[in-house]
Design a protein around this ligand. Structure first.
Ligand SMILES: [Zn+2]
Length: 387
């Protein structure tokens, strides 16, 4: 039987064209209707009609005259960063939850944080208090587009629910409850994945179609970006590297096994190694101070972590042929010296083809990456005209 070709309706074509106009405006700060027409290949009348509708909707504004080579000056258009706002929440810690409000230009306009003991199971109550506080920062003339949540664990982004999390016990209808309470769409996503989204939208991976984001906090995870999109695997479990088996690791992991990579790349492992020596530490701030002062036991613990991290990077690069890596989470506090050490170890490990091509950077957003990425999920959907 002959396969039926899907024909685009007039509505589909109009939506595609409107998305093209918005994409063009996203990439150009000083552009007129004529400029958009040239850049998109759409006719001037089509562009004028689309722009009129998008101005009416509120997502584009006119902002004065541009330069004219001759005749009438063109009117410059830009995206309205105050059109709507998104809230992003970070559920990657067992000690606190963090949130931010972002405008349509992916800029953080407000941040807040609440202590949260994951073992007490009061996440919903604390989240509601945090959202209520963040909502105060949205101007009265604008509105909330939606709320994104970055969660440690495996998240089914189709059913919008957490399949498995070592952090918080989230009810199957968690997103639905918040959706009803705030009358806004809620999007759940893995924490490493949303942090990768932030880097792709506005950070160190901007313009990179293929890159890896490695997030190390209390646990470790990986966001894999292939051809400009997150790669999920069959069960939304791609990048779940915490229990990846590794020779030479004798410590027991929280899962009960020995040899899990996550043990060596955790804050708690570095702290416990330092505490076996002459100094006693409780916080990463103390660890950073010791490392920056070249304390021998701290140097040894951090360098060991750097070696495990470099092996992960080298092996991932060999497996996927990806050169660009962004590191987020607590490793960023060790600064450039740590990054240089990781890069050197990678060169030693990654001999042969493209051995000098691997580019390792720290996240642009540091501690805000997960919350900003969660908000970015919402903003991307608004700009895609699907919200
Ligand atoms: Zn394990």
């Amino acid at each position: 039987m002959k396969a039926q070709r899907k024909t685009l309706s007039i509505t589909d074509i109009k939506l595609t064209n409107a998305r093209g106009v918005l994409k063009c405006l996203k990439g150009n700060e000083q552009i007129s209707r004529a400029g958009i027409s040239r850049a998109t290949g759409l006719s001037r009348p089509t562009v004028s009609v689309l722009i009129a509708e998008l101005i009416d909707k509120g997502c584009i504004i006119e902002c004065g005259d541009g330069e004219a080579h001759s005749g009438r000056k063109p009117i410059i258009l830009k995206l309205n960063r105050a059109y709507k706002y998104a809230i992003g929440l970070d559920y990657s810690s067992s000690r606190f939850i963090r949130g931010c409000v972002c405008d349509m230009a992916y800029g953080i306009i407000a941040k807040a944080e609440r202590p949260c003991d994951a073992s007490r199971g009061c996440i919903l109550e604390i989240t509601s208090g945090l959202i209520d506080e963040l909502l105060q920062h949205i101007p009265a003339e604008s509105s909330l587009a939606g709320i994104g949540i970055g969660v440690t664990g495996i998240v089914d982004t189709v059913k919008n629910r957490v399949i498995e999390s070592e952090r918080y016990d989230l009810n199957i209808n968690y997103a639905g409850y918040l959706q009803d309470r705030y009358a806004a769409p809620i999007f759940m996503e893995n924490d490493s994945n949303v942090a990768a989204v932030a880097e792709y939208a506005q950070g160190k991976a901007r313009g990179k179609e293929n890159f890896i984001y490695i997030f190390c906090s209390e646990v470790i995870g990986m966001g894999i970006f292939l051809k400009g999109s997150l790669f999920y695997g069959n069960m939304f479990n791609s990048g779940e590297i915490i229990h990846m088996a590794h020779d030479g690791i004798t410590e027991t992991c929280g899962c009960g096994n020995k040899g899990c990579l996550g043990v060596k790349l955790s804050e708690s492992n570095i702290i416990s190694q330092i505490n076996n020596g002459d100094k006693k530490v409780n916080t990463m701030r103390q660890v950073y101070n010791l490392y920056h002062n070249y304390h021998p036991q701290t140097e040894a613990a951090v360098n060991e972590a750097a070696k495990y991290l470099s092996r992960l990077i080298a092996n991932t690069s060999k497996l996927l042929g990806i050169d660009d890596f962004v590191i987020g989470g607590f490793f960023t506090g060790f600064g450039e010296r740590f990054l240089r050490a990781v890069s050197e170890y990678v060169k030693q490990e990654h001999v042969g083809f493209r051995s000098n091509a691997i580019n390792i950077q720290f996240s642009k957003f540091l501690e805000d990456g997960v919350a900003l990425g969660a908000a970015s999920l919402v903003l991307d959907k608004v700009w895609d005209l699907s919200l």
